[in-house]
Design a protein around this ligand. Sequence first.
Ligand code: KMT
Ligand code: NI
Length: 172
Amino acid sequence: MKAYYYDDAEGDQRLDHDSGREVSTSYLNQFGVLYHRCPSVSAVDNIAEQRSYKNRDEITVSPDKMGAVYEEKVKMFFNEHLHEDEEIRYILDGNGFFDVRDPNDEWVRIRLEKDDLIILPAGIFHRFTTDSNNYIKAMRLFKDEPKWTPLNRAPDLENNPHRKSYIQNRAA
Ligand code: KMT
Ligand code: NI
C-alpha cells in the first residue's frame, strides 16, 4: 500500500498520478479510511467477524475476465460516488487504485497490492481504477446482502443521511 495526493494531471486514470506528496495511514484513519495488511485469509476472517460481515465474493477486473465490457466497467468504477454501507476490499492478486476524498475535498490515491485490505466508511466519496497492468483480483466483503449501489456525486447528496452522519463523525 502506498497513499499519496493525486496529481490531477490530464491523462489515463490508470497511470500513477503521483504528486510526490505522500499520505500517512494515520491521516487516512482521521477521515475513516482503515488499512490492514492481511498476509492470510484468516486475518481477513478475523476482521470480518469483528465487524459482523457475513458474505463475500471475488471479482477479477481484467480484459481476460470481462471481455468487451472491461473498458466500460473501468470507466464506471472511476465515477465519483458513495455507498450507504461500509466497503471492504481485500486484494488477492494484481494492483489497483482507490481514490478517496480527504476532508479538504482533495483526492488521495491509495495504491493496493496483494494482501492489502481497505475499509472505506459509508458516505465517503471515492472511485476505483485498475493500473496500467489492467488486472486485479479482489475479495468484496458484505455485511448482509450485497448493497453496493453507487450514488454518483451530486450536490443534493449532501442531504443524504449516510453522508451527513459520515461528515459528522469524521474527525476534523
Ligand atoms: C468498487 O468498489 O469500485 C469495486 O468493487 C471495484 C472492483 S474491487 C477492486
Ligand atoms: Ni464504491
